[in-house]
Design a protein around this ligand. Structure first.
Ligand SMILES: *Cc1c(COP(=O)(O)O)cnc(C)c1O
Length: 419
């Protein structure tokens, strides 16, 4: 199920007005849908003493969206200086921020320690010696290697650059304890866009077993386990959604049985990006050209520079042509942008209603890893972002890039070195 019926019902009847006011292309996000998903997530894990979602900022790094997350009581999962600053800009402080960075630099650490710090989630044992200010609360990112299989987007854990290996993990906590860290958590992220809830249940089980082992070995307790992001959404019609209730129920059982054995339960943290916002965004674009050669091409006024998932992973994004639901006349086309790259296609050999210049296409599930993965190749400029608010108003939440933005990095003081 791509975009929800509810979003469609609220958006499509007013889309003409929105496109004539704002022009195309743009991404538009659905506040109501995002809040609903947030509430569903909280409800699914309500049986756990302390549950918190740290929204993965990289999925949709827009302050307005981050404010919605804050409003729902969520924290922020950050991996870069810009993401830390965005989170703080909307009021995220201290333990509301999880800093999960890979190949971390000194500047990253300094930023993470600012403004009341953050939870440091260290990706490697050697980084311990490089942390400038040892925080009170720390976690390590665990990579189970051959003990688990990954999935397509993240790959096999033994080939993934993330985390601390199984044979190093106890030593990591031993060293952190020695260096004065008093409070501990653990993190892992093994899958991306995973639709099988059993996988997430297994990940929780794995971490609970691991913290029991580490606790027994080192006489420490764990405040949280963080099972990462990776909760999937069905991009293609007809695919079942992730069963979040079953996932919540089974993980809650694991927590209660942990409590039975150990006399306490840690908090459960997760860092969903895609699941929280993915289905609640669409890219709206206008057909501007048709071309019939060996295939038929429909050219639109957006390009993969504002949605690279199809070009990068061959990912499917469902497309509706406004006003053509159930059209009698259909044809098989490639929907393309204007970049000088043949993978600049939103759809390949897709059966769609017959499209003419001026038709509005709604490319779905762009609310996560859509605009955020944008780039400027070919001098392409990222489009604006809009929010359909809970009151049914449409708010500009990021302006479109302009040619002046593209030229901004050419504006600098001369600097010539003769080495
Ligand atoms: C990308 C990422 C996430 C979010 O992933 P989704 O697939 O969007 O849920 C969460 N945590 C970390 C560490 C990540 O790198």
């Amino acid at each position: 199920m791509p975009m929800s019926q509810s979003y469609k019902t609220r958006l499509f009847p007013v889309l003409d007005k929105i496109t004539s006011h704002y022009g195309t292309p743009f991404h538009i996000y659905d506040e109501m849908g995002i809040r609903q998903t947030g509430e569903n997530l909280k409800k699914a894990f309500a049986g756990i003493d302390c549950f918190r979602e740290y929204y993965a900022v990289k999925a949709l790094p827009n302050p307005k969206i981050l404010s919605l997350m804050k409003d729902m009581g969520f924290g922020f999962d950050c991996s870069s200086i810009a993401e830390l600053r965005l989170s703080r800009r909307v009021g995220g402080r201290g333990e509301e921020i999880m800093f999960t960075s890979n190949n971390t630099s000194e500047l990253d650490f300094i930023e993470a320690a600012k403004d009341g710090g953050s939870i440091l989630n260290l990706d490697d044992l050697n980084l311990l010696a490089k942390v400038p200010v040892m925080p009170e609360l720390m976690s390590f990112r665990y990579n189970p290697g051959a003990k688990r299989s990954g999935n397509e987007i993240i790959g096999n854990p033994t080939e993934a650059k993330y985390g601390i290996s199984d044979d190093q993990i106890i030593d990591a906590y031993r060293q952190a304890k020695f260096l004065g860290v008093q409070r501990f958590g653990i993190h892992t992220m093994l899958a991306s866009n995973e639709l099988n809830h059993e996988y997430m249940v297994q990940t929780s089980r794995m971490l609970l077993e691991l913290i029991a082992d580490v606790s027994a070995e080192l006489d420490i307790t764990f405040e949280f386990i963080n099972i990462g992001g990776g909760l999937g959404i069905p991009y293609e019609p007809g695919i079942a959604e992730l069963d979040i209730e079953a996932m919540g129920r089974q993980i809650t059982e694991l927590f209660k049985s942990f409590r039975g054995q150990h006399g306490y339960e840690p908090a459960l943290y997760m860092e969903s990006g895609r699941f929280m916002t993915g289905p609640h965004g669409v890219l709206v674009t206008t057909a501007i050209n048709r071309k019939d050669i060996y295939r038929t091409y429909v050219g639109v006024d957006a390009s993969m520079s504002c949605l690279m998932r199809p070009g990068m992973y061959g990912a499917y994004h469902h497309i509706d042509v406004l006003g053509q639901d159930g059209a009698a006349e259909t044809e098989i086309v490639d929907v393309v942008g204007s970049l000088c790259e043949n993978n600049d296609k939103f759809a390949v050999q897709r059966r769609l209603p017959k499209i003419e210049d001026g038709d509005i296409l709604v490319i779905q599930d762009t609310g996560a890893h859509g605009s955020a993965m944008g780039f400027n190749y070919n001098g392409s400029l990222r489009p604006k972002e809009l929010l359909l608010t809970g009151e049914g108003k449409v708010e500009l939440i990021r302006r479109a890039e302009q040619v002046e933005d593209y030229f901004a990095t050419l504006d600098f003081e001369p600097d010539l070195l003769k080495p």
